[in-house]
Design a protein around this ligand. Structure first.
Ligand code: CMX
Length: 486
């Protein structure tokens, strides 16, 4: 009797949770969440949201756990799992035509609405974007400012990590240095310490949150040390200035003071922060985090993925390709010369870097937003002009190949020339900037993954022989079944 009453109550609760979910969830992907959250402290705001989100998940699992989301074809398995609805991620969503949405807002709206915190700044802060990604609500100015202050307090890089970076042979790529720095910071992990002592699962997220906040705070100084060691003989400040924001501190530590450049970096960090959870860097971070490795280790794994030429390294590759093109046909080539050069690249078996995307099917809005910035601030720059011309020419060439799913430019096709314009010319470093930005999205995702108890990932793999036999047996069954029917 008691048992049946309890199970009745459980069903009631899940139905209730699902009722709330039905009204709250579906629009969340599509409808902007502009209402400010109550409270100045991010952790307190999240502490209120976590129980509601947990109920929603419980409702989903209990009431709909056996619903099908689609069929799996062998081509999906052999095609990098593209198109399969396999992951849940609330921080952002990529629409093939409209691009990325941060918590239901287009990037254009995010960029427009983020609070301007620093005096005279024309761009919102990445700190504000982190607030949006974690809470689902646009921060007000005080909330965004509060996060900047908190990160300035948390951002001092421990001496052992500085020593590790100082000892790096400069043949080690800046991205490999970033992975090493982030891994070694695992020694700071509050989650690891709490886990060793024994902490309830429901409380994991609170320690993960602390690690995520510390890691975000330390990212600009870590990246600045890598930059100064590699390109400025180790010169440069390693102290955070409490009066500056995340981007301002980063630029000053790297030796850049131009206010427009700091604004560019604010924009850059906001634009590159998140891109769902299926891309290589985000997924690697989530996969490793699902084993309860610390956020430092899981971020390091994500950065190892970002360092690949088909992913984040493409922004470096774009510039190398562009410079080689300029060397060969000059910085003001005729259209025909550009077309021939692009065709030569393709004939050489290479991809055109900065073009194409696994999910997007239109020009990446992140490309367009960077182009808007360029048109306002440096439209006469020769490289900027060239990038704008390529935008018109390359899609037509790629379309003719007949196999490229998205012939339009992605985020990486623009960032390099803007950085070059302001004097940050060391292209081997560009993916580190991408990584600094990406920490925001993947840490927001990690906090929620632990808050909602996402389990360890363990998809089943099969040998190719098993698959052949499985398919053959299925074919035989069909034949036999067909025979019976007749
Ligand atoms: N230039 C030439 N060929 C391209 C191409 C490009 N920019 N983009 C895709 N193709 C080719 C692919 O190589 C593939 O050819 P094969 O069948 O001969 O192997 C074919 O078109 C189909 O590929 P697709 O379905 O269009 O693209 P994928 O989802 O497989 O790959 C991506 C997506 C991004 C890896 C690919 O477009 C590419 O290599 N682009 C250039 C590198 C780049 O800019 N990467 C950055 C992406 C943004 C990011 O993740 O950071």
């Amino acid at each position: 009797m008691v048992k049946s009453l309890m199970s009745q109550r459980a069903t009631e609760l899940t139905r209730l949770a699902f009722g709330q979910w039905k009204t709250a969830h579906q629009p969340r992907c599509l409808v902007p969440h502009r209402k400010y959250s109550d409270g100045a402290n991010l952790k307190e705001v999240l502490a209120k949201q976590v129980p509601q989100e947990r109920e929603k998940m419980m409702g989903l699992k209990c009431l709909h756990g056996d619903k099908k989301l689609g069929d799996i074809k062998l081509s999906n398995v052999m095609g990098g799992m593209r198109g399969l609805m396999l992951l849940m991620c609330d921080t952002s969503y990529v629409d093939p035509n409209k691009g990325i949405f941060y918590r239901g807002m287009t990037l254009k709206d995010v960029v427009k609405d983020l609070p301007r915190v620093q005096e005279g700044s024309k761009e919102g802060t990445p700190e504000g974007a982190f607030w949006l990604l974690t809470t689902g609500k646009m921060p007000n100015k005080g909330q965004a400012e509060g996060l900047t202050k908190e990160w300035n307090k948390r951002g001092n890089v421990p001496r052992y990590c500085q020593r590790l970076l100082d000892s790096m042979d400069q043949r080690i790529h800046p991205m490999a240095q970033l992975c090493a720095a982030s891994s070694c910071l695992d020694a700071e992990s509050k989650f690891v310490k709490a886990y060793r002592k024994g902490v309830k699962r429901a409380k994991y997220w609170e320690y993960i949150y602390e690690d995520a906040m510390d890691l975000c705070a330390m990212m600009p100084p870590v990246a600045a040390i890598i930059y100064c060691n590699a390109f400025k003989d180790g010169a440069g400040s390693r102290e955070l200035n409490p009066k500056e924001d995340w981007s301002g501190n980063f630029c000053r530590m790297c030796g850049y003071k131009d206010k427009n450049f700091i604004d560019l970096m604010r924009l850059y960090f906001v634009l590159h922060a998140d891109h769902e959870s299926g891309n290589v860097s985000a997924h690697a971070t989530q996969l490793v985090g699902s084993a309860l490795s610390s956020p430092y280790l899981s971020f390091s794994a994500g950065m190892a993925g970002l360092a690949g030429p088909l992913h984040g390294l493409a922004n470096q590759e774009v510039l190398i390709w562009l410079q080689e093109m300029i060397k060969e046909i000059g910085d003001d080539p005729k259209d025909d010369e550009i077309i021939t050069y692009v065709n030569e690249t393709l004939k050489g078996g290479k991809v055109v870097p900065g073009y194409g995307h696994a999910v997007l099917r239109q020009t990446d809005p992140r490309f367009e937003l960077q182009n808007d910035f360029a048109m306002k601030n440096c439209k006469d720059d020769k490289n900027v002009k060239l990038v704008t011309r390529l935008w018109k020419l390359i899609p037509e060439i790629l379309k003719k190949l007949g196999k490229v799913a998205n012939p339009y430019p992605n985020v990486d096709a623009h960032s390099g020339v803007l950085l070059q314009h302001y004097g940050l010319k060391e292209m081997q470093y560009y993916t580190v900037l991408f990584g600094v930005s990406r920490v925001l999205g993947v840490m927001a995702q990690t906090i929620w993954a632990r808050a909602l108890g996402a389990p360890i990932e363990r998809p089943k793999s099969f040998t190719s022989d098993f698959l052949c036999k499985f398919l053959q047996d299925k074919g035989d069954d069909k034949k036999a079944g067909g025979g019976k029917k007749k």
